[in-house]
Design a binder for this molecule. Structure first.
Ligand SMILES: Cc1ncc(COP(=O)(O)O)c(C=O)c1O
Length: 509
């Protein structure tokens, strides 16, 4: 067989595939049982050197290459992964992803993804239904940031009108969002060329929610800057603290002032699929546009984001104007050529990953996952309150919990340094993955409880470990034993069968 034929050999694909799935299943099992490192920490320069050398070595079997890749990657399914808002994808969704990648349907036009296009249509309808966009329409796109740019371009298209968009305009516009809004809104303003003054930030209250009573002042500020406001962005929820803005109050303001309302539901819009949690996004049905990342709380591998519009014609407004929509209106199936409405031309057929979850597990599993991670966050907040060494920022509304290590008599600046150092120590240990954020100018530790298999015991261990590293508590490491048999050579702990943690003395002495 020629080398090209052998590279495409279906039997080789079958054999390699079985071995690779076996390897991945082992990684999944290790992570789910809480064993091994979450992040096999290696400094970036060392990691680069490792891979540069490896790429120069003689060719190797796919399973060997991918085993090293997996071993050196962060383990999102690990029960002590509690960091950025990327989900532990359901294995079935990952398998659907494998199918999507091999079939590689390009999606720009119907023929280049017939099944994926129809499944996308189903997902858009289902999600519009969950948001209360009765007549709504939209599409899937590559991530929350691109979705935000797309939705706000549509808002601009509606406000400026077709003429201005075709001929261009020198007029200055602005978007209003809370100071806690995700930076994707600022990025969209930048993309639209409206500069720093194009974003009007509204202060937040003690729970990090937009002060909707200050929206009139934001309008005045825009007027003072000589700008017409195009849209208001509500966060549902914000990335830092998981706080939901009061969408009803913001919608009232938008309708009174004829402004476009965009809801950033990238993270928290998922609660639309959980009856007990849905009230958090009450009012979303009044939004002009909303986005939802399936790769955050909805168990889908990245990237998979819905951009939805209450008025179906708005779904054409980002990249095509009314004339195009009218043209599409004469088309009995205007949705079929996805590339007419999206930033992407070729697009991953992400719909199959989402649909595989609905098809094989049903919506109830999604609701159960959402209930579980939200309940865990509330329990974690209670555990933090029960310990003198910690302060919790706010009662969590989402699966995100922000907290801070405290030490009596220590100045706030020193506490910032301590919390920063604690996080570095924790993630470099490989035991946990947590992140940090800035709230009111101070450093806070932050967990997004993305994995519904994480337990209260994992969280108790996190707090024990932080106390230990800070020298605040008795060393309780004997039960925090991390098996590192699977750790790759050159990675901390590699080659040892089992090890307890070595940090028996207070970290800061
Ligand atoms: C509230 C919010 N909006 C938007 C985004 C950007 O989404 P993506 O990472 O899919 O581009 C994030 C990401 O964390 C987010 O939390």
């Amino acid at each position: 067989m020629g080398s090209l034929h052998s590279a495409f050999d279906p039997e080789k694909f079958r054999t390699d595939g079985h071995r690779i799935v076996d390897m991945l299943a082992n990684i999944l099992a290790t992570g789910m049982s809480g064993d091994g490192a979450v992040l096999p920490w290696v400094a970036p320069a060392e990691q680069l050197e490792y891979w540069a050398n490896r790429m120069d070595e003689p060719r190797e079997a796919a399973v060997d290459f991918l085993t090293s890749f997996a071993e050196r990657s962060i383990k999102i399914h690990h029960t002590r992964y509690m960091g950025h808002q990327v989900c532990a994808p359901l294995p079935v969704a990952a398998l659907a992803g494998l199918a999507a990648e091999l079939l590689n349907n390009g999606m720009a036009v119907y023929e280049m993804g017939p099944a994926a296009t129809a499944l996308e249509r189903w997902i858009v309808r289902r999600t519009c239904g969950a948001f209360g966009f009765v007549e709504g329409d939209g599409f899937l796109t590559s991530g929350g940031k691109l979705a935000t740019v797309t939705a706000l371009l549509a808002a601009r298209g509606r406000v400026l009108g077709e003429g201005a968009l075709q001929e261009g305009t020198d007029a200055e516009y602005a978007i209003i969002a809370s100071e806690e809004a995700h930076y994707c809104t600022a990025r969209a303003v930048q993309v639209m060329g409206w500069g720093r003054d194009g974003l009007i930030s509204v202060p937040v209250d003690g729970r990090f929610k937009m002060r909707s009573d200050l929206l009139p002042a934001a309008m005045e500020q825009a007027a003072r800057r000589g700008r017409r406001v195009v849209a208001v962005v509500a966060s549902a929820c914000s990335a830092s603290t998981g706080s939901y803005d009061d969408i009803q109050a913001i919608a009232d303001f938008c309708s009174a002032n004829r402004l476009w309302l965009h809801v950033d539901g990238a993270h928290g819009g998922a609660v639309a699929f959980c009856p007990e949690l849905r009230e958090r996004i009450c009012g979303i049905e009044r939004a002009d546009s909303a986005i939802l990342d399936f790769h955050k709380l909805l168990l889908t591998p990245a990237l998979a984001t819905a951009v939805l519009f209450r008025d179906p014609s708005s779904s054409w407004a980002a990249f095509h104007q009314r004339a195009q929509y009218l043209f599409a209106e004469n088309d009995p199936e205007p949705w079929r050529d996805g590339g007419r409405r999206t930033m992407e031309c070729t697009k991953l057929s992400m719909s199959v990953k989402i649909a595989a979850i609905w098809r094989t597990q049903g919506e109830e599993l999604i609701a159960e996952h959402l209930r579980s991670v939200h309940a865990l966050a509330r329990e974690f907040a209670a555990m933090l309150r029960a310990r003198a060494a910690f302060e919790v920022a706010i009662e969590p509304e989402s699966n995100i919990v922000c907290f801070r290590f405290r030490r009596a008599g220590m100045a706030e600046d020193a506490l910032d340094d301590l919390n920063r150092a604690l996080r570095v120590r924790v993630i470099e240990s490989g035991m946990f993955y947590i992140v940090q954020t800035a709230l009111n100018g101070r450093v806070w530790l932050r967990t997004a409880l993305m994995n519904s298999l994480s337990t209260v015991a994992d969280l108790e261990q996190l707090l024990d470990t932080l106390e230990c590293f800070a020298g605040a508590g008795a060393w309780v490491g004997s039960f925090i034993r991390m098996r590192t048999a699977a750790a790759p050579a050159g990675v901390a702990g590699g080659g040892k069968k089992e090890t307890g943690f070595e940090w028996r003395s207070p970290f800061f002495q």
